[in-house]
Design a protein around this ligand. Structure first.
Ligand code: NIG
Ligand code: FE
Length: 405
């Protein structure tokens, strides 16, 4: 006798499990099983496939002819932070550029001020609202970064809040130390970078990954390399905010440093994209930032996938460059602006997202995987990126237990 059967699934979305991320043409392969069921025992998948009468369970859920998939995986967020920056919309309207706002002491540095002022409990409460919303939108695995502390006390405070979220919610998280996210006003970049490198040891108690913002006016490729090398020596795998605005060679640096992911990549070079295809680094594209910053040019997802690379998608939820915690919205932007196919999009927010944050038993529904399942109130899998701006998640099961409906 098993714990749970979810029956009467019209279309079951089954991304292919593999040791590394799906790359190139593989990203367009997605198994869809019509008239399917999922069997769960002890929080794990026992069976996911065509309807069969071989199984019994103490609880049976009727999906009512809806679509089911693995729960979504969100591989890039800044969910822990203080305050908000709605006043920046007026500056944007007047044409003030994102990096200009930062240069003037606003942007990330504004959120640093608000995060430093906030207590642990305030940060936890605020981030809990967003995590709840993510769960309601079908996400059960979340990566979360620090980077709004920029000093020992506040970077560690953010990481501890991130850890506390994982205790509080039945989700899986990955935690990322992003000390070098901006240069505090009046500080020398090299000296500040050394200070953030010195924090790696303590950050290691809380964080899985080390991340850096490599950009004009923030950190150079050389400073970022020094940081990544130090982080890898301490046992971190690295991530990078790379080539978001200017083509600095961040993608090439990511591959050189065997980064688990390289994120943004709007301005990535042709050479970098070529190298991506030869590597297991996942390109985490964040088209919600391009949308929110009002730019014309989106990341070249087609070039990356057609060239043989692995692509994932995330919200980048943060108060300054993408203010949504709805990953389904990003799926729509990817369909419209990145010209990704529905199959590529589903793989990008499940199996490839799991590889981008090293969470191998999430994002797929193979036997033995965690039974993190979403039932979608939609007629087919293409419908979810198509009907944008609303929530299609109907029921969300975490480790086989109904968490939201
Ligand atoms: O991923 N680009 C750098 N960091 C964040 C934005 C942070 C902010 O504006 O507060 C990002 O886009
Ligand atoms: Fe980010």
């Amino acid at each position: 006798m098993n714990d749970l059967i979810i029956k009467n699934i019209k279309s079951l979305i089954l991304p292919k499990k593999s040791d590394g991320p799906l790359k190139g043409a593989e990203m367009d392969e997605l198994e869809i099983i019509d008239d399917a069921m999922i069997v769960v025992d002890d929080g794990k998948v026992v069976y996911a496939g065509e309807t069969s009468d071989e199984y019994d369970a103490s609880e049976v859920v009727d999906a009512g002819g809806r679509v089911a998939s693995p729960a979504l995986v969100e591989p890039h967020t800044h969910v822990v932070h203080g305050g908000s920056r709605e006043h920046e919309m007026a500056l944007k309207r007047q044409g003030v550029d994102y990096l200009k706002i930062l240069e003037q002491g606003g942007g990330i540095l504004n959120t640093v001020e608000q995060t430093r002022k906030a207590t642990f409990d305030e940060l936890l409460e605020k981030a809990s609202t967003n995590i709840t919303r993510m769960i309601q939108h079908g996400v059960l695995t979340v990566e979360s970064k620090s980077g709004y502390g920029l000093d020992r006390e506040n970077e560690l405070k953010q990481l501890k809040v991130s850890k506390a979220l994982e205790e509080k919610f039945p989700i899986v998280m990955r935690h990322t130390y992003l000390g070098p996210h901006a240069i505090p006003k009046g500080r020398n970049a090299d000296e500040f970078m050394d200070e953030m490198i010195a924090l790696l040891d303590e950050a290691k108690d809380y964080a899985d990954f080390a991340d850096v913002f490599t950009e004009t006016g923030v950190f150079t490729v050389e400073q970022s390399r020094k940081y990544m090398e130090a982080a890898r020596e301490k046992g971190f795998r690295v991530k990078i905010h790379a080539d978001e605005i200017d083509p600095l060679g961040g993608l090439e640096l990511a591959i050189e440093q065997d980064a688990v992911s390289a994120d943004h990549l709007v301005a990535a070079s042709e050479e970098g994209k070529k190298q991506l295809a030869e590597s297991d680094t996942v390109a985490v594209l964040l088209p919600g930032t391009t949308f929110y910053l009002g730019k014309e040019k989106y990341a070249d997802a087609r070039g990356m996938i057609d060239g043989g690379g692995a692509v994932s998608l995330a919200t980048d939820y943060n108060p300054g460059s993408c203010v949504t915690d709805n990953l389904q919205m990003i799926m729509a932007i990817a369909a419209l602006k990145l010209k990704m196919t529905p199959n590529e999009i589903w793989n990008a927010v499940t199996v490839n997202a799991a590889h981008a944050i090293d969470a191998p038993d999430r994002g797929t529904l193979e036997v033995g995987d965690a039974a993190d399942i979403v039932i979608w109130d939609a007629p087919n899998h293409e419908y979810i990126p198509y009907h944008y701006g609303v929530n299609h998640a109907y029921q969300v099961f975490a480790d086989g237990r109904l968490l939201y409906e």
